[in-house]
Design a protein around this ligand. Structure first.
Ligand SMILES: C[S@+](CC[C@H](N)C(=O)[O-])C[C@H]1O[C@@H](n2cnc3c(N)ncnc32)[C@H](O)[C@@H]1O
Length: 184
């Protein structure tokens, strides 16, 4: 067995097909998305409870977020069990949850992965705004030329919804349309 000592955010991981960890919660997000860049079959990972809930939330809920969409893009995630703080001695401040992660290709097409992930970050930064406005307001990040004309060509019904009300599939559809329009 190979033992790797070092900062998990900095070291290169060897090939693995399963990962089991009680993660340091302060770096849950960074470490999860680093892991998801590797090809593995199964992850059993413990997170802070609220973080785990955001990973698996359905649309139209307050917990539906950039984290939900990014997780769903890379993997099937489910909460196996809640781990209340009082099962630990001494009790920590927060509840935990054990999450099962099964990486798989996204169940929808994404024209450009980097653009899709940037788009999701941008529009969830303004999750309470209609998509039309969140796209216009975050164009300093997305840098889409002729943004007003681009937005006018996107589906009206989706532009009038908020990011938090769009499924990952609908977000991918809009990101793909923008990517195609800006690549013309
Ligand atoms: C088991 S504890 C987690 C406990 C609980 N989930 C929490 O976050 O408070 C996590 C372990 O990861 C280690 N750790 C923290 N940051 C790390 C990093 N960047 N790379 C590798 N190990 C790390 C800590 O030293 C600790 O032993």
């Amino acid at each position: 067995m190979e033992i790797i000592a070092g900062d998990a955010l900095k070291v290169e991981f060897p090939e693995f097909d399963k990962v089991v960890s009680n993660l340091p919660y302060s770096i849950s997000s960074e470490i999860t998305f680093k892991l998801l860049r590797y090809k593995f079959k199964l992850g059993i990972l413990m997170y802070q409870y609220e973080f785990a809930v955001r990973m698996v939330s359905p649309p139209d809920c307050k917990d539906y977020s950039r984290l939900t969409v990014d997780t769903y893009y890379f993997a099937d995630a489910s909460i196996l069990m809640k781990v209340p703080k009082d099962v630990f001695q001494p009790a920590p401040e927060v509840d935990s949850a054990v999450v099962k992660l099964i990486p798989r290709p996204a169940p929808f097409e994404v024209r450009d992965e980097a653009f899709f992930l940037e788009f999701v970050t941008a529009v969830f930064g303004q999750r309470r705004k209609k998509l039309r406005n969140s796209i216009l307001n975050t164009n300093h990040v997305l840098k889409i030329p002729e943004i007003k004309e681009v937005v006018n060509q996107l589906p009206e019904d989706l532009m009038n919804k908020r990011a938090e009300n769009l499924t990952p599939e609908e977000l991918a559809l809009v990101a793909n349309m923008i990517f195609d329009l800006k690549s013309r």
